[in-house]
Design a protein around this ligand. Sequence first.
Ligand SMILES: *Cc1c(COP(=O)(O)O)cnc(C)c1O
Length: 334
Amino acid sequence: MDFRSDTVTRPTQTMRDAMANALVGDDVYGDDPTVNELEAWTAERHGFEAALFTSSGTQANLLGLMAHCERGDEYLCGQQAHNYKYEAGGAAVLGSIQPQPVENNPDGSLCFQKLEAAIKPDDFHFARTKLLSLENTINGKVLPLSYLAEAREFVNKHNLQLHLDGARVYNAAVALNVDIKEIAQHFDSMTICLSKGLSAPVGSLLLGTKEYIQKARRIRKMLGGGMRQAGILAAAGKLALTEQVPQLSVDHSNAKYLAEQLNNVSGFSVNVEHIQTNIVFARLDNKVDIHTIVQHAQEKGILISAGNPIRFVTHKDISKQDIDTFVEFLKSEV
Ligand SMILES: *Cc1c(COP(=O)(O)O)cnc(C)c1O
């Protein structure tokens, strides 16, 4: 039982079968039919002209930023944005792109007044502000469609591009009960992680215009991200975006269930109203010795990460019964 992340999901049997039987070629020559099919299908499915299969979400975000911005350009993002905080500063290090973070609101959104104030005038003292990057879901929270529409208006007004780090964008679509295109339509570019709750073993996608994806493809090669018989991975990716999507609503109701149950554990408290998708944050009283609990859990084959708030993630390899077992274990510890 692994509550640390939804990246720990194992590929399904249908994925393994599809991988074993995938038609493959050398994707750097453009010859892998399974990658080509995934890219064409994904572009069409999400309402973009083109798509690019990448080795990770970090790579997809980096290519996404580098294809929008040149050296000395700048992107606006949240202080908590994955592509600012958790990607080793790649945009700055490898792209010479300056991040301009602003504080996230508690619901994960960014305040348009703060963003507007952060846009640099056209003056040689400043980096050139080119792009606004949002994240949906962010820490398990869903940005409402009305907010995305406002973001589109904001970037139009200020002549910026709009990127979505959509590592968990399917969790957002499932939580809102809308087609993925309802979210995607607002963005110039978007990434999707196939290897989180959607259960593929490896891979992400970057979406955008043909010209933009062509530029990203060149940068992907430069960064060593050109993969050869990658169809073996793309075969699982297609199943992630089709037959695995309904699993996310199970994960979301399991997260809600876990949150409710945690409130019955002494020293743990969760605001159940805040649980929108598959991520649960619980506050711990001072009396909870989380490091000992993590260690005892591990001895029982239960993996959790220490922290306060402590984060739990539900996914296809965690059942409701697992949650009961886990909560019983916690009760015996506190
Ligand atoms: C996981 C994640 C990424 C990066 O994905 P990797 O495949 O781990 O590189 C990017 N953005 C968000 C919001 C993520 O959760």
